[in-house]
Write a protein that binds this ligand. Structure first.
Ligand SMILES: [Ca+2]
Length: 367
């Protein structure tokens, strides 16, 4: 967070570090009541068991709490959804009893709490005050002029409307702006406000001067601040740092490491001599990733590059068939090399997303 707005934001933020979840799960009476309530809500036909269909809303809520996009949005996240469902049904079992439901829910919630303890989520209530403060701060004009030049570079033919839309993308949560590339923010805040602030002629105007741009941009941002003041937007902000410590922990525990690899290797095809193709290194690494506190494939591009390099170093793409023992040894080498690189230069990722409702969070009494 930026120093400029720290004071204000301290009053407007709430930190989710998992302690509420742990409290809920560890208080047997309260948790029993929570499970009872959830179970009754889900058990539509009231037969005292949950079918796969009845479990769906719970799976969707858990996915939302894990920060996943809605089901059916991407194959990667759908894979996690089906794993959450498998946790409940153990793959085959048709219906789930209340005892099983309680056990699995407690495991999942404690897992989430551990994740939140490591990487807390900060809930920001953006009410336009920080944004107003930014517009009236001494550094405002210089910053917007530099945004103006970078927004214009390479698109001198752009209309005033496009310039403003592009320049808005440069504002961030640190400026008091909800994430401007969030689809909800674009269609509910950015687009309608840009539309209402400019008349038809303005919108099409090209090659605008710096003065014209500054004047129109300020009008738009002021209107955004006003809109936030009338209807604040809730944003979840999280920062994850991958520093290799998770890999070090996994590699130093041979039992855990073997277990994680065996689980991952179970679903990998082997030839009749029990050999495995090295082309599966990437897939196995992705399965082991959560135990090594690594992000899933495709989530963090710097991480993907680092992994690609590590695979290249061990000739991971030569497709050779190797014995399981050798495959495991190579996997340890790959993880070791990623660990050393991360320890030298950790990768930090911050993400901001608009929260529309907090019903999926068990804390707060609304669940
Ligand atoms: Ca039922």
């Amino acid at each position: 967070m930026d120093m400029r707005s720290n004071n204000h934001q301290q009053q407007q933020q709430q930190v989710l570090d998992g302690s509420d979840i742990v409290e809920l799960v560890e208080n047997e009476k309260v948790f029993d009541k929570f499970v009872e309530q959830k179970f009754q809500q889900l058990d539509q036909d009231e037969d005292g068991k949950l079918s796969v269909k009845e479990l769906q809303p719970a799976v969707a809520d858990i996915g939302a709490a894990l920060g996943l996009p809605a089901q059916g949005t991407s194959p990667d996240s759908d894979h996690i959804y089906s794993e959450v469902l498998n946790e409940f049904t153990h793959g085959s079992q048709e219906k789930v009893s209340k005892t099983e439901f309680r056990e699995v829910l407690s495991d999942i919630l404690l897992g989430m709490a551990a994740g939140l303890k490591r990487d807390p989520i900060v809930i920001l209530r953006m009410d336009g005050e920080d944004l107003s403060e930014f517009i009236h701060s001494p550094g405002y004009e210089a910053e917007i002029v530099s945004i103006y030049f970078s927004a214009l570079s390479g698109c001198e033919e752009a209309s005033l409307r496009d310039c403003i839309a592009k320049a808005l993308q440069s504002l961030s949560v640190d400026h008091g702006m909800p994430p401007p590339n969030d689809p909800w923010v674009i269609s509910n805040i950015v687009e309608p406000i840009v539309e209402s602030c400019l008349d038809e002629e303005d919108k099409r105007e090209k090659c605008v001067s710096q003065e014209r741009f500054l004047e129109a941009f300020k009008r738009v941002v002021e209107r955004v601040a006003q809109r936030l003041n009338e209807q604040p937007v809730i944003v979840a902000h999280s920062e994850n740092t991958f520093d290799g410590s998770g890999i070090r922990r996994l590699l130093s525990n041979k039992f855990e490491f073997d277990k994680a690899l065996n689980v991952a290797l179970e679903i990998i095809p082997k030839d009749r001599h029990g050999k495995v193709s090295k082309e599966y290194l990437r897939a196995v690494l992705d399965t082991v990733a959560p135990s090594a506190t690594l992000p899933p494939l495709g989530a963090v591009s710097q991480m993907d590059d680092m992994i690609r390099e590590a695979l290249k170093m061990v000739n991971g793409d030569d497709g050779k068939m190797v014995k399981e023992e050798e495959f495991k040894k190579t996997m340890a080498e790959i993880l070791g090399s990623i660990m050393l690189q991360l320890e030298g230069s950790p990768i930090s990722v911050s993400s901001n997303s608009v929260v529309h409702e907090l019903r999926h969070l068990p804390a707060g009494g609304s669940g």
